[in-house]
Design a binder for this molecule. Structure first.
Ligand SMILES: NC(=O)c1ccc[n+]([C@@H]2O[C@H](COP(=O)([O-])OP(=O)(O)OC[C@H]3O[C@@H](n4cnc5c(N)ncnc54)[C@H](OP(=O)(O)O)[C@@H]3O)[C@@H](O)[C@H]2O)c1
Length: 247
């Protein structure tokens, strides 16, 4: 793990990231910091494709601005770390524009909040990538593998969700893949992707970003499971939230 130089500024930044990472799960779970989109949207907001485009494009720009001075002479490792962040968010931009079938708007404040967090995360990882790990090691290879599995699994389950809406924009009980076991397999694979990014970057900040994502997506998947159970009387009883057989 690469730790920062502990200056006053870095202490404040890391304390902020740590508070976010620890607090986001409970805040989302108990409804104090709910993100108003998808099943938990409010009635009005930004058109969904536009909102999602903004919140996934902003971090690509942030990653570029944080890395633009060293990119021309970047090493292989730096390119992989930078590329992993940019490819992840580019995939989400493309999915938002061409794959997902949204049934309503995204809250304006939610759009700004998520765009800000993602941009901060992408900027910090891009910036810290000035000091990459010294050489490719086994964990770096594991990181690449997890990243590829995460991206592939996440896309596959997004496609299954999109295919549910062939004729209407209603909500259905998802089927296929890990949807047979959990309601949010796409979140599980997102966590796998960010575990991969952490192993590539190896900076403490990337670990805090990963913990934030684990906390947020776990809490939201638990709310999603409750939402399905409340909405569908025939909802399979053994289906979990995010981790097959466990949670
Ligand atoms: N890194 C993070 O912290 C983070 C946080 C959240 C999301 N994400 C990423 O964004 C991806 C999507 O997240 P999300 O929260 O938007 O997922 P989601 O709520 O499951 O929605 C994904 C898409 O599927 C549709 N959908 C969901 N459930 C459906 C159902 N039962 N029947 C028919 N259509 C359904 C949604 O439509 P509606 O919009 O109409 O509901 C939306 O178009 C995640 O997999 C992850 O990759 C990352």
């Amino acid at each position: 793990m690469i730790f920062p130089e502990w200056t006053t500024t870095s202490q404040i930044l890391y304390a902020f990231l740590a508070i976010l990472a620890i607090g986001v799960g409970p805040a989302e779970y108990f409804g104090h910091a709910m993100m108003f989109y998808s099943k938990f949207r409010t009635a009005s907001g930004v058109p969904p494709r536009l909102g999602m485009f903004i919140l996934y494009f902003a971090p690509i720009a942030a990653a570029y601005f944080s890395a633009r001075d060293y990119l021309p002479s970047a090493t292989f490792i730096q390119w992989i770390v930078f590329g992993s962040v940019v490819i992840h968010f580019s995939k989400r931009v493309l999915e938002s524009l061409f794959l997902h079938k949204y049934s309503g708007p995204v809250g304006a404040f939610t759009t700004i909040l998520i765009a800000s967090f993602y941009s901060l995360a992408a900027y910090i990882i891009g910036w810290l990538n000035r000091s990459p790990i010294p050489a490719v090691d086994i964990w770096f290879m594991v990181g690449i593998l997890l990243y590829a599995i995460g991206i592939g699994g996440n896309f596959y389950h997004h496609k299954l969700l999109a295919d549910l809406r062939k004729n209407s924009l209603e909500y259905f009980i998802p089927k296929g893949g890990l949807f047979e076991r959990v309601v949010c397999p796409h979140y599980l694979f997102e966590i796998v992707t960010w575990t991969g990014i952490f192993l590539l970057s190896r900076h403490l900040a990337a670990l805090l970003v990963l913990l934030f994502i684990v906390g947020y997506l776990t809490a939201r998947s638990l709310r999603t499971l409750k939402w399905y159970r409340d909405r569908f009387t025939d909802f399979p009883e053994d289906r979990k939230a995010i981790l097959p057989f466990i949670l």
